[in-house]
Design a protein around this ligand. Sequence first.
Ligand code: F6R
Length: 241
Amino acid sequence: MKVHVFRDSAALAKAAASIFLAQLLRKPDSVLGLATGSSPIETYQELIRLHQEGIADFSKATSFNLDEYVGLAADHPQSYVAFMQQQLFGQVNFKASHLPSGVAENLEAECSRYDQAILQAGGIDLQLLGIGSNGHIGFNEPDARFVYNTSIVKLAESTIEANQRFFDSLDQVPRQAISMGIGTIMEARTILLIATGKGKAEAIKGLVQGQIDPLLPASILRAHPDAVILLDKEAASLLKA
Ligand code: F6R
């Protein structure tokens, strides 16, 4: 696991976008794993800029997102489909983009379908991750064991509270999501986790300096052969030098 600390989120976003650019240049038909939430927004803005300048071309690339809320259709403004459309897809040229459907009639079947679709695409080359302040990746919340496959997950109270900022009230935040499993994430050839701000410092300390423990799901990344962690100074503030 490589850890890099940047002076601020803008420098971090440039570095993250460069890793995506290098991946696309090396393999134009890359399968990219993407995330939602606040963490990737500046990286996506950098990728949009690189695309507008004719440097980054996504026309042969496909993407798979980590997760989607159960019960929110694609046209719901807080769905992750809508988020991705607004923050990235509407402004770059992916060949195809995939998210699990949170309104599929059979959600269990949707989970299997999603894992199969990733396999059929050849697996994920580069997976972008944020991290919850409780150490979740995707929506794999702290638990007694790691869940391997894409599955329906119950969001932790702390996640519901953290995500309230995107909704009008706490009641409107969905309680469940479909999330890529830990195994699905770990099968990505390269993993790029980004974290900014003091609120992530405890989780980052556990990830970088603790033991592998399903109570801190991100800690599994210690076992990944090619995981890169990009932090700003605040997210890195509890790490020993
Ligand atoms: C998003 C996701 C989550 C977020 C995490 C951090 O697709 O899977 O794991 O990355 O909750 O969220 P932010 O970036 O909003 O702090």
